[in-house]
Design a protein around this ligand. Structure first.
Ligand SMILES: [Zn+2]
Ligand SMILES: [Zn+2]
Ligand SMILES: [Zn+2]
Ligand SMILES: [Zn+2]
Length: 191
């Protein structure tokens, strides 16, 4: 069918793996409609072949979404048609997106899954996703876990002042020392 399997996006692969997009082996597979409708005032009728090589990560949304492979049907394809990502294909809930909320995490098991905001990252320590932002905040799941562990320790030691200090530390961190603390945290920083 002229499909370059290695280039197929993980979101589509994941949808195929889960049977959300079904293949029969026939050429017509590629012509199946994955989503149609209006996006930003443009008409879209997106076929499987249109999103086959879509990027898994929509961070180019401010630069014209070049990684988005679906284009509108209402404009001349040679004359800057509207482009859109189709996100959450892997969840059977496809939606148009500029890319800002298209982030298919390939570090999750299998072919991965869509997690929304492009600023979210997969934490290798706890296998959850957290808001990294553009400056790389540490994983808040791990932070919370650490805090819980410290709490438990203080509890076990019967040390209410220790627990009190934990709360104090954390509120200070948020107010003043956030930036330095981000750099000092050794956990969850992906090398
Ligand atoms: Zn259009
Ligand atoms: Zn993930
Ligand atoms: Zn996905
Ligand atoms: Zn984590």
């Amino acid at each position: 069918m002229g499909v370059s399997a290695g280039r197929v996006g993980s979101c589509v692969k994941s949808a195929m793996g889960k049977g959300i997009i079904t293949l029969t082996g026939d050429k017509s597979d590629l012509e199946q409609v994955v989503i149609e409708g209006d996006y930003e005032g443009h008409d879209f009728k997106v076929l499987l072949k249109d999103v086959l090589y879509q990027a898994d990560y929509g961070d180019d949304y401010e630069d014209g979404s070049e990684g988005a492979t679906a284009i509108c049907t209402c404009c001349d394809p040679d004359d800057y048609p509207m482009r859109a990502y189709v996100t959450r294909l892997c969840q059977g809930n496809p939606q148009f997106d500029s890319g800002k909320f298209h982030n298919h995490c390939t570090e999750c098991k299998g072919f991965g899954k869509c997690i929304g905001d492009y600023r979210e990252s997969h934490c290798e320590v706890c296998n959850k996703h957290w808001f990294t932002g553009l400056t790389g905040f540490p994983c808040d799941n791990c932070q919370q876990k650490k805090q819980r562990e410290r709490m438990q320790k203080a509890l076990l030691a019967g040390d209410p002042r220790g627990m009190y200090r934990i709360f104090q530390d954390d509120s200070e961190e948020e107010e003043e020392e956030e930036e330095e603390d981000v750099r000092d945290e050794e956990n969850c920083v992906i090398m």
